[in-house]
Design a protein around this ligand. Structure first.
Ligand SMILES: Nc1ncnc2c1ncn2[C@@H]1O[C@H](COP(=O)(O)OP(=O)(O)OP(=O)(O)O)[C@@H](O)[C@H]1O
Ligand SMILES: [Mg+2]
Length: 309
């Protein structure tokens, strides 16, 4: 079943240009779907239409087979939402905030047990009584996710969950979101950060100036973006012709220098592991891995080239 179905959707704001331009795509139930696009591409506009905050100028949106335009109330309880800047009552404790949100969204049964469990899931144990104004941005996002999970949603919509976080905070929040997907929550994640998507989404669609491209697997997308070289350096104790031949026979290996083993590879997902396996089996150790350009650089470059056309 499809969790989300977007059909020929256009959004034109009253005074503005077209923010979403004939978008069509679907998200399967259970998927981790990423909507990837630069600032102003139309990501939040799409999310706001999924959540029935704003109406499409044209087109149809369905969530769990119900039309958002007419039947949103039937699916509302099955959706959780993390806004880009989650809003809380700063002068109340985190726990009190969740209690307020719980009563607003009609969660009554075993409310306090559920809230306690969500603090654990979100990694906020021990911070229940802290005032939200003392929370870091990373912890606020965690609390935002806990709030979004109050009604045990099947679909979680996240708008830029990692923006503004430091690298560790970003990794933690992405791990938390990934964990929810492992436990069967469908993810709809909008971001400009290709790394977020590479880490947790299995399918992605790019959006550029309101136009959404056909969804593709993340693996396939990364391979297209990259198309570049990876350099590996390794120490191999018993280097011999057999080990060299084994590495050479891995599809995508371009060249090998033998002094300290330097290997150039054409990037494809999994190739590093394939080569590393051979090196490790020969008693060797992977010393360094340099990817050039990085995934971010390659993506930004690709978007730049597309814009020039
Ligand atoms: N309420 C509004 N009225 C008029 N124009 C708007 C409104 N909201 C958004 N826009 C415009 O629509 C376009 C898409 O904006 P949107 O916020 O959907 O993009 P986004 O991909 O979420 O960007 P960001 O990465 O900055 O969050 C932008 O050009 C924006 O200026
Ligand atoms: Mg946005």
């Amino acid at each position: 079943m499809n969790a989300v179905e977007v059909l020929e959707v256009t959004k034109r704001y009253k005074k503005g240009a077209v923010a979403v331009d004939g978008a069509s795509f679907t998200v399967e139930q259970g998927a981790a779907f990423g909507l990837l696009g630069p600032i102003g591409a139309g990501k939040t506009s799409i999310i706001n239409m999924l959540l029935s905050f704003i109406k499409p100028t044209a087109g149809t949106i369905k969530i769990f087979d119900r039309e958002v335009a007419t039947q949103f109330h039937e699916v509302q309880n099955r959706i959780g939402y993390l806004p880009e800047r989650p809003g809380f009552y700063g002068n109340f404790s985190a726990e009190k905030n969740l209690r307020i949100f719980a009563s607003l969204s009609g969660v009554r049964e075993e409310r306090d047990e559920r809230i306690a469990k969500l603090f654990t899931i979100a990694g906020l144990e021990g911070k229940e009584k802290d005032l939200v104004r003392a929370y870091s941005l990373g912890d606020r996002k965690r609390l935002g996710i806990a709030a979004a999970m109050l009604n045990e949603p099947e679909l979680l919509i996240l708008d830029e969950p990692s923006t503004g976080l430091d690298p560790q905070g970003r990794r933690d929040i992405m791990a938390l979101i990934h964990e929810l997907n492992v436990h069967d929550v469908t993810l709809f994640l909008a971001t400009h950060n290709v790394r977020d998507i590479a880490e947790i989404c299995d399918v992605l669609a790019t959006i550029q100036s309101g136009r959404v491209a056909a969804p593709t697997t993340t693996k396939g997308f990364i391979a297209t973006v990259r198309g570049t070289t990876v350099q590996l350096e390794a120490d191999v104790a018993n280097m011999n012709e057999r080990v060299l031949q084994a590495i050479k026979s891995v599809k995508g290996v371009k060249s090998i220098e033998c002094e300290r083993l330097k290997i150039s590879l054409d990037y494809r997902p999994g190739i590093n592991e394939d080569v590393n396996y051979i090196i490790t089996r020969a008693g060797g150790r992977l010393r360094s891995m340099r990817e050039s350009p990085s995934l971010e650089e390659a993506y930004v470059r690709m978007m730049g080239e597309e814009r020039v056309e």
